[in-house]
Write a new protein. Structure first.
Length: 284
């Protein structure tokens, strides 16, 4: 496969964008599929379903969808892209000038790779700084904006994000961990590439993280149990509480954080929600 024939598309999830100015803000210089979620309050004119803008050598498609949920946004992008190689993106990144070439070149160089993890320049390198295959538990250190993939393999294996997880659901985050776990379960090969392709803009504001409060730890307990089971969730939760205390100690005490995390594990809200949906489907 020659590099010039490799189709690439950046899959951007964002909210409340009335135009294409975000393309310049993020330094996008490639084909992009933008999923723009917005809430209609009745006073605004509804945005068109699809807008297309031709740039200098690339094309941006913006789908305007009413509603919210980052996992729904990413799934829509996966299912509507036609590209061979895709890279997830959020609206608080700034891409380096050669990001497309870096991603495509590495997939061409390593044809056995199904998923690749790239680095963010101004974020700690939590994954080992070498080219290597990534397994559990190292995938626990990956964020969604680092993930690039061969779309054909993801579609073939029917891998999507869990739409009950992630920003906009009220269930906290870790949706990318579930996505990568599903990739490993379906025998896809994940590799780390120790090259930075973007920075996180310092003036950005998260759409779901509001600090290390009790809700954060309760949601973390809930999602961890959903992913790994009760016993593993307690063990991993204790590890997180101890090793990450410098991050949260100014917001909440270790005791309060542990109690909230255990409460989330005990409530098991996400698993119960899944079970209820399953029962409803079976009755139909």
């Amino acid at each position: 496969m020659k590099e010039e024939k490799a189709e690439f598309e950046l899959l951007l999830s964002c909210m409340n964008q009335r135009d294409f100015s975000i393309v310049e803000q993020l330094g996008i210089r490639s084909n992009a599929l933008i999923v723009n979620q917005y809430q209609s309050n009745g006073n605004q004119k509804c945005l068109p379903y699809l807008e297309v803008k031709e740039m200098a050598g690339f094309c941006c498609k913006k789908y305007n969808l009413q509603g919210k949920g980052v996992s729904k946004s990413r799934n829509f992008a996966i299912q509507n892209s036609q590209a061979e190689i895709c890279l997830f993106a959020d609206d608080d990144e700034k891409f380096c000038a050669q990001y497309r070439e870096i991603v495509v070149k590495n997939f061409i160089k390593h044809p056995d790779a199904d998923v690749m993890i790239f680095h963010i320049k101004n974020r700690p390198k939590r994954v080992r700084n070498t080219y290597h295959r990534v397994y559990f538990p190292e995938i626990l250190k990956v964020s969604s904006w680092q993930i690039a993939f061969r779309r054909k393999k993801i579609i073939e294996k029917k891998i999507l994000f869990d739409e009950d997880m992630g920003a906009g659901t009220g269930n906290g985050a870790e949706e990318e961990i579930k996505f990568l776990l599903d990739c490993l379960k379906k025998k896809l090969k994940i590799f780390n590439v120790p090259i930075a392709i973007a920075v996180i803009q310092e003036n950005s504001h998260s759409t779901w993280f509001y600090g290390y409060n009790e809700e954060f730890f309760e949601n973390r307990g809930m999602t961890t149990r959903y992913l790994f089971g009760k016993i593993a969730a307690l063990c991993y939760g204790a590890y997180y509480i101890i090793t990450k205390r410098k991050l949260y100690q100014n917001d909440i005490s270790v005791r309060q954080a542990w109690k909230a995390l255990r409460r989330g594990i005990k409530k098991n809200r996400l698993m119960k929600r899944k079970q209820m949906k399953r029962e409803i489907r079976e009755k139909k």
